[in-house]
Design a protein around this ligand. Structure first.
Ligand SMILES: Cc1cc2nc3c(=O)[nH]c(=O)nc-3n(C[C@H](O)[C@H](O)[C@H](O)COP(=O)(O)OP(=O)(O)OC[C@H]3O[C@@H](n4cnc5c(N)ncnc54)[C@H](O)[C@@H]3O)c2cc1C
Length: 314
């Protein structure tokens, strides 16, 4: 049993498969822990009544799987061969083989790409309004982006923030007109169009104090005071290795059978954000990690009774 990815989905799948005596090997990625490693407080994971720091929570997940015998390789998978069982998973020149594979390699929030953005991640810079919006009660926040998710996140943030400024590089939006109209009609939302964030400003305790904007038409810069910056320019699923093998949508998200984690290759399962561009929460990722573990367990049990089914590439 190989699990690819060490985020909430992968570690939960590891916990379940380890407790089912399937000896999981988690190839957890060089950046184990996943997306929660770049956040601070997580307040919506059930069971942590007082909240928990993202990295501490992921260390807890990992330790719990380890307690039942899961083993870990802290490196990135570089290639897979899913043409037949046992499946082959490579980390550089090292080859690992497994009768079943769970793909839980997650997704990455797109970043603007500024050093100051990196420094202030989890300290005012966020990539998830559902997760962090409540930390910005009565504060001013900036949302970067011009698509549906930027409009949705901005509208959601008005539940907490006193003011939301949408910064977008053009005058036209990729977002659907109804989403733009809804944002325009919201009196807490303002727009800074033809503008890009050139720097995230922070001082004192290292929290965001504003953003420096550059006008894309005139080239002029100006500082906009703000307490938070939500970057809403999309996510990329970490699926490049699997696209030749597994069914996926046009954005590269894996598409398992509805209501299950089974992919088009028998014995390969997909869990977490790698197959979810809708919910994208730690608890839903962990839930689908559980589903994948149970699906894999059933699959391996069936193989013991009906061996010899050969996998076929997509
Ligand atoms: C800033 C931020 C704050 C958030 N806050 C919250 C919150 O408060 N509450 C909440 O519920 N959700 C929150 N989320 C969402 C949550 O983090 C994700 O929904 C969740 O982490 C998805 O889990 P996952 O296991 O599917 O993937 P990920 O967390 O993305 O983990 C994927 C793992 O796979 C590894 N990987 C990738 N490629 C490879 C490879 N080739 N080989 C091996 N490993 C690989 C990565 O290194 C990583 O360890 C937040 C997200 C962000 C970005």
């Amino acid at each position: 049993m190989i699990i690819i990815g060490g985020g909430p989905a992968g570690f939960t799948a590891a916990l379940y498969t380890a407790r089912a005596n399937l000896s999981p090997l988690v190839i957890e990625g060089f950046n184990w822990g996943g997306q929660l490693m770049i956040t601070s407080d997580v307040e919506n994971y059930p069971g942590y009544a007082d909240g928990v720091l993202g990295p501490a929570m992921m260390a807890d997940f990992r330790r719990q799987a380890e307690r039942f015998g899961a083993e870990f390789v802290t490196d990135d998978v570089t290639r897979v061969d899913l043409s037949e069982r046992p499946f082959r998973v490579y980390v550089g020149d090292d080859e690992y083989r497994a009768e079943a594979v769970i793909v839980a390699s997650g997704a990455s929030a797109r970043q603007i790409g500024l050093p100051s953005e990196q420094t202030l991640q989890g300290r005012g810079v966020s990539y998830c309004a559902t997760c962090d919006g409540a930390f910005f009660r009565d504060k001013v926040v900036v949302v970067v982006g011009g698509g549906d998710s930027a409009m949705e996140e901005a509208t959601f943030l008005t539940r907490f923030a006193s003011k939301v400024v949408i910064v977008h590089r053009r005058e036209e939006f990729r977002a659907s007109p109804i989403m733009v109209d809804r944002a325009r009609a919201n009196e807490k939302i303002e727009f800074a169009l033809n503008a890009v964030v050139e720097e995230v400003l922070g001082e004192g305790d290292g929290h965001v104090t504003g953003v420096r904007l550059r006008d894309t038409v005139t080239g002029e810069t100006s500082d906009l005071p703000a307490d938070g910056l939500f970057v809403a320019i999309g996510h990329d699923p970490n699926t490049a290795l699997f696209l030749d093998w597994l069914d996926h949508d046009e954005q590269g998200y894996l598409v398992p059978e509805p209501g299950s984690t089974r992919t088009n290759i028998a014995g390969v399962f997909a869990a977490g954000d790698v197959q979810d561009h809708v919910y994208r929460q730690a608890v839903t990722a962990a839930g689908s990690g559980t589903m994948a573990a149970l699906d894999a367990q059933r699959f391996l049990e069936e193989q013991r009774h009906h061996p010899g089914v050969v996998a076929t590439p997509a």
